[in-house]
Design a binder for this molecule. Structure first.
Ligand code: ADP
Ligand code: MG
Length: 228
């Protein structure tokens, strides 16, 4: 699992990016204009209390939501400005996202769930399964592959979800409160896996768990939608 720095830019950034909502006539600034750069091989914790804008920042940065102003840049490309199809294709190939509550397709095995983004990215069924299998093995999760996802524990599901976020070898991986639903020991295992995988991507973890801050190379703090 290696990426040539000549082919794929190594930085991913928010430039003056904001997100506001209109509730009737009232404009709510969930994210004030902010700048942040995430470098491949480094990890960033985004900390802040509930409602401070962590999920908003992650969703905008991951192209799951559009900025109200400013943009999201991958090297010299403004990827938030791509048309819908190109943006989806970029996201599928280069952006991993780990949700708080690890949604899975319950009719598929763990390995098949991990293989899905590779299949969507255009790999054959065999190639996608092979990539998923070797990734699970690399991550020490090989024995989970054949399991019916309905029988996995929360911690096992979250580790499978991390593998799924990595299967297309993304440049950036976002995780939104990945330990919020887990007990302390299980949360530590999940963080071990997530931070262990950082070498091949930029990692951005939103949390109000100070353990995340301890592990990250850098901490950004959000308060009322403002980064400090
Ligand atoms: P956090 O993840 O830190 O808990 P969020 O990013 O979810 O914070 O929310 C930040 C602010 O944006 C909150 O005030 C929240 O109510 C508001 N918000 C988030 N999503 C929406 C939405 N779809 N419509 C209106 N307001 C929203
Ligand atoms: Mg949130």
């Amino acid at each position: 699992r290696s990426r040539s720095s000549f082919l794929v830019p190594m930085s991913y950034s928010l430039r003056n990016a904001s997100r506001s909502w209109f509730l009737g006539e009232v404009e709510v600034n969930a994210l004030a204009p902010c700048d942040a750069t995430f470098e491949v091989g480094s990890s960033t914790a985004v900390l802040g209390p509930s409602g401070s804008g962590k999920s908003t920042l992650l969703h905008v940065a991951a192209l799951l939501d559009s900025p109200s102003s400013g943009g999201v840049w991958h090297g010299d490309d403004c990827v938030s400005g791509l048309d819908d199809d190109a943006r989806s294709a970029f996201r599928l190939k280069h952006v991993g996202f780990v949700h708080q509550t690890y949604p899975m397709v319950s009719s598929l095995s763990a390995l098949e769930n991990v293989a899905l983004p590779a299949l969507f990215a255009g790999l054959s069924r065999d190639e996608a399964r092979r990539n998923a299998g070797s990734l699970l093995a690399d991550l020490g999760l090989g024995e989970l592959g054949p399991r019916d996802v309905r029988t996995l524990s929360g911690g096992e599901r979250q580790r499978v979800a991390i593998a799924r976020a990595l299967v297309n070898d993304p440049v950036v991986v976002f995780a939104d409160e990945p330990t919020a639903a887990l007990d302390t020991a299980t949360g530590d295992l999940v963080l071990d896996l997530l931070f262990g995988a950082v070498g091949s991507a930029a990692l951005v973890v939103a949390s109000h768990d100070e353990r995340v801050a301890d592990r990250a190379d850098r901490v950004l703090r959000l308060k009322d939608g403002r980064l400090s």
